[in-house]
Design a protein around this ligand. Structure first.
Ligand code: ZN
Length: 285
């Protein structure tokens, strides 16, 4: 493998970790069990049992990042020359439960629609902020998992990130966060992004059964590798093409996503791009 290729691969590897030391040291499973218990109701446990029964003979399938692109409104009679990008931002939680206020202020100022993937952990630490974001029609709130666990039905992980152990954990991660968001906003998420954006094929099916579509990304901004604003802007401009989904974060106030967008957005607009929330488009593999 050429050094440059290796560098790109390493950058990609670290890029969706939501920081270099994502969840290490490992979260004590006992604490996790106690948190989960507070969400378990008899109705939920019966629901989970039913879903588990439906998938009991299913294999995990491929473990990967399942990239999706916006399927633009051509088939809905939209403008054939339309060029659209989706800006998406994760808020991972745990030790990384900050809030990049100036980034959000910039999105508002520029009227840039964005999709925000939040975890239950981040919501707990940012209740008021979360309520404000959820009320703003510029933003779409989606599901990044209750405890920011990578969703694998057989306990696989990537980059050492804290992962689910089995199907039961995967359902908890997806469904309990969806219910939490619904309880607070009245809108149930329709997209799910696993921690690191890796997941297995069975998790895709489980998400679909729960009414959510798994989405990863196809332009890695590089924020989680601590790229400079200039590098991030270059990554976005280089990857920009109609229907692309850009991944960034909004839980690290010290990261320069706003500065990167200040560089990239005027150029994207000059090239004729518009910006959209995921909910306004269907996705294609
Ligand atoms: Zn994350």
């Amino acid at each position: 493998m050429r050094i440059s290729t290796l560098k790109v691969k390493l950058a990609a590897a670290a890029a969706v970790l939501c920081l270099f030391a994502p969840s290490a040291p490992a979260r004590p499973r006992g604490d996790e069990r106690n948190t989960l218990k507070s969400y378990y109701t008899p109705e939920y446990l019966a629901f989970k049992k039913r879903i588990m029964g439906e998938f009991k003979n299913a294999g995990a399938g491929r473990f990967s990042e399942f990239v999706k692109y916006l399927k633009v409104a051509r088939d809905k009679g939209g403008d054939k020359n339309q060029k659209v990008l989706a800006l998406t931002f994760d808020a991972c939680g745990g030790r990384h439960s900050g809030y990049n206020e100036k980034l959000i202020a910039y999105l508002r100022r520029e009227q840039l629609p964005a999709t925000l993937f939040v975890t239950g952990l981040w919501i707990e630490k940012n209740k008021e902020t979360f309520a404000g974001l959820a009320k703003d029609p510029l933003f779409e709130i989606e599901n990044h998992g209750l405890l920011h666990r990578l969703c694998s039905t057989e306990g696989k992980t990537k980059y050492g990130v804290h992962a689910t152990r089995d199907l039961s954990d995967v359902i908890d991660e997806m469904e309990l966060c969806a219910r939490k968001i619904y309880g607070l906003t009245g809108r149930r998420p329709i997209f799910f992004r696993s921690a690191t954006a890796y997941t297995d094929e069975l998790s895709l099916k489980v998400a679909a059964r729960l009414g959510m579509e798994v989405v990863s990304y196809d332009i890695l901004s590089g924020d989680a590798t601590r790229a400079s604003a200039k590098t991030m802007s270059r990554n976005i401009l280089k990857g920009a093409r109609h229907g692309a989904v850009v991944i960034m974060h909004f839980n690290h106030p010290e990261w320069p996503e706003m500065e990167a967008l200040q560089l990239a957005v005027p150029e994207l607009r000059r090239r004729g791009y518009n910006f959209a929330k995921l909910e306004d488009f269907s996705l294609k593999p």
